[in-house]
Unconditional design. Structure first.
Length: 167
């Protein structure tokens, strides 16, 4: 099975959303085709289902027929969803998952987020990063996970557009 993971920002600027959606879809389609050519048995998508890039990736992956593996950083992870729509989307995607992996953290801390991101990087053949190229705002942020993946030799595809700034 070919495994594609995601890391990315929660807040994707509106002017970048169509580009991100198209790039994720193209990358997942290419991975599915490669898996079929290699006889790899399909596509597995790994995501923590955070708002923003993670949920968008999971939606597209499921639409492409991938099996979804959800990586939950902590026991109270759901409490971090301030927006009821994003929480409902999390629940909907989680129900569609084939597999769930839980990190051994009771509370959502930077360490828990880092552990979940590292797990995804450790268990994927390619990491898609919806990333503006800037340093992480806290341990376990997108920049940290991209660096971790690159350090361990996991191929990383960065999805962003030059000149677009996050809030």
């Amino acid at each position: 099975m070919r495994r594609i993971g995601v890391t990315g920002h929660r807040d994707i600027p509106e002017q970048l959303l169509a580009h991100v959606r198209a790039a994720l879809d193209t990358a997942l389609l290419a991975a599915a085709r490669q898996a079929a050519r290699d006889g790899a048995g399909g596509l597995e998508a790994l995501s923590s289902l955070a708002a923003g890039a993670d949920q968008l990736f999971a939606d597209i992956a499921l639409d492409r027929g991938a099996e979804l593996t959800v990586v939950i950083p902590s026991g109270d992870y759901e409490d971090g969803f301030a927006d009821p729509d994003e929480l409902a989307r999390f629940h909907g995607l989680r129900k569609r998952a084939t597999r769930e992996v839980r990190m051994d953290y009771l509370r959502s801390t930077d360490e828990a987020y880092y552990a979940a991101g590292a797990y995804i990087a450790d268990h994927c053949d390619r990491l898609l990063a919806v990333w503006d190229g800037r340093p992480a705002r806290g341990l376990g942020g997108t920049g940290d996970i991209v660096r971790y993946a690159r350090d361990r030799g996991t191929p990383v595809t960065v999805i962003w557009r030059t000149g677009v700034e996050r809030a």
